[in-house]
Design a protein. Sequence first.
Length: 267
Amino acid sequence: MVRRLLFLALLVLPFTLVALPLQALIVALRLPFWPVPPLVFFKLSAIGLGLRVTMEGTPIRDAPALLVANHIGWLDIVAVASKLPVSFVAKSEVARWPVVGLLARLHRTIFVDRKRRTDTGRTAREMSARIAEGVSVLLFAEGTSDIGTHVLPFRSALMGAASAAMEGGTERPVMVQPIAIAYTAISGLPLSRNQRRQIAWIGDMGVGDNLGAILASGPKDVTIAFGAPLAADGDRKATARLAETQVRLMVNALNRRQPLPSMAQLV
């Protein structure tokens, strides 16, 4: 734990202090390379937090996409953002958190107020506009986090953002790609249920308690698996069900340390 704290204090913190004003300028000027400083920040953060991130499957890279994933905790953001330049959809409360809210805004996070049904339309429009810019957007489609042993039903309310982006005039076809996130081992050993609760952020767990448990634990293996892309021009509820099925199959395979289903099995 001491080594990680030193790494975060002596490397991640100084980089953050230098990169914050630079990123603020980049975002304000709408420069196309805005994902670069966050990518470096999250790669360093992953190291400092003891994350060993691997990817399986092929992410969509040559076209904008709506990525839909299961959700276990805030570590998911670090894991994904250390590998992919994406915008996240997060609950509006995050925007008000000290420091974290600022970092999220500079990463061009899209905030949604889940307590207001009327906010869904605004959020979907912002998501579709971001996708139309050529930026992939990641949605944690369960709407909450879980310990990672199973996948909760996907909410379809924001799944129409990809098709809306196509209607908005994007020149390239927009796809929906399911993503499975699975924490498979700590210090090389399979996770017990208790250890999953140390990593996951669930219930009324405090950020400080969760961070302390994460820093105190050994190296954590996390796999990001990419499923078969789905057409964005279909019914959003049907697309949500198909994406949920793919993610559930991949999470089950990863947790059991089995080979991932083939693309033919996923579709």
